[in-house]
Write a protein that binds this ligand. Structure first.
Ligand SMILES: Cc1cc2nc3c(=O)[nH]c(=O)nc-3n(C[C@H](O)[C@H](O)[C@H](O)COP(=O)(O)O)c2cc1C
Length: 360
């Protein structure tokens, strides 16, 4: 008989024994005042922690140039490491496995978020169209070739800091139009050095970051997130299938733990459309754990796991609104509806830790 809930079956991810496959997707919540993780995040993350469940943090800046949104956390200072510790402890106390998503926005920023009001950095000096998504984006400054090792080093140090804070590993944020994606995709990357031009060159920065981070903390603690098929923030590619397959194959060299891919049906932010693309070739090419995210509900998550399209499914908006999502899936219970208007507000409770648990 077919299992009704493949999402709730155990899975061995490298050295981690997961008791189910319902992963908390990385979710920026804009409640880390002054880039400092806050005590209210202890409750938020521990509400979503389960014995043997994998949680991924919100995107967390690797340096003082990494920000582009209000009140997002960082992990480049001693104080930030200390502030993460009680949050990580609380998740561990409930038996959760906790990865920190390490992030640099690149050109998805403006002068106001940059040290000394400088230009944001990127692969290019082409800016995002001002007004896109209702934001003013400052024109970026193209990183010089000789500045790239320092950027790689920031990711390496952030990974070390995450381990020092107690995290079980890191997820390198290579998705959604941020700096790594700005190198990967040919709509943005217009470089003429060995970080631009050919597919191999455009993937070089991502792979050098993976290598540096894996050498620093061990490949068995490293994941990467990619959104090969998406074009968020004017960051698309003319041949996403080739890009995805190249990356999936190339990542094998570093023996990393997982590859986390945003579903191609999520072509536009927040909307789910028809798509001719599939992530299956990437999954087949990659030797580690494959996590899929984007628009999943319980039934298609179960189908994806049963059909071996993914090992694990990351849930964003549903997990945001349902702190006990795995339990609700197990019991086939109704779900709370998410309230988009409170996703990104700074309130330490409302829309954050006040979504109700199931009453059983
Ligand atoms: C409020 C919100 C914040 C998000 N923040 C991040 C983030 O920090 N890092 C990231 O990689 N993706 C982020 N995403 C994308 C989600 O991880 C996920 O891919 C997306 O919501 C689609 O999955 P879903 O349909 O299960 O919500 C965010 C999405 C939402 C709704």
């Amino acid at each position: 008989m077919a299992l009704t809930n493949p999402l709730l079956t155990p899975y061995k991810m490298g050295t981690f024994s997961l008791s189910h496959r319902v992963v908390l997707a990385p979710l920026t919540r804009n409640r880390s005042y002054g880039n400092m993780p806050q005590p209210h995040a202890i409750l938020y993350y521990s509400q979503r922690a389960t014995e043997g469940g994998l949680l991924i943090t919100e995107a967390t800046g690797v340096s003082d140039t990494a920000q582009g949104y209000p009140e997002t956390p960082g992990i480049w200072t001693k104080e930030q490491i200390e502030a993460w510790k009680p949050i990580v402890n609380a998740v561990h106390k409930k038996g959760g496995i906790f990865f920190c998503q390490i992030w640099h926005v690149g050109r998805v920023s403006s002068y106001a978020y940059q040290p000394n009001g400088e230009a944001p950095i990127s692969s290019t000096d082409k800016g995002i169209t001002p007004g896109l998504d209702g934001e003013y984006w400052s024109p970026p400054r193209r990183l010089r070739t000789e500045e790239i090792p320092a950027l790689i080093n920031d990711f390496r140090l952030a990974a070390r800091n995450a381990i020092d804070a107690g995290f079980d590993g890191v997820e390198i944020h290579g998705a959604n139009g941020y700096i790594i994606d700005q190198f990967l995709k040919d709509q943005v990357n217009d470089r003429t050095d060995h970080y631009g031009g050919t597919l191999e060159n455009r993937c070089r920065l991502a792979l050098e970051i993976v290598e540096a981070v894996a050498n620093e903390i061990g490949g068995d603690k490293v994941g990467i997130r990619l959104s090969t098929f998406a074009n968020y923030l004017e960051c698309g590619d003319s041949n996403p299938e080739a890009l995805g397959l190249y990356m999936a194959n190339a990542l094998n060299k570093y023996g990393i733990l997982y590859l986390h891919v945003v579903e191609p049906r999520m072509v536009k932010h927040g909307s789910e459309g028809e798509t001719p693309y599939s992530t299956l070739p990437m999954k087949k090419a990659f030797n580690g754990t494959f996590i899929s995210a984007g628009g999943y509900k319980k039934d298609d998550g179960n189908k994806a796991v049963a059909g071996e399209k993914a090992d694990l499914i990351a849930f964003g908006r549903l997990f945001l609104a349902n702190p006990d999502l795995p339990k609700r899936f197990e019991l086939h219970a109704d779900l709370n509806k998410y309230n988009r208007s409170t996703f990104y507000i700074p309130d330490p409770v409302v829309g954050y830790t006040d979504y109700p648990f199931l009453e059983v």
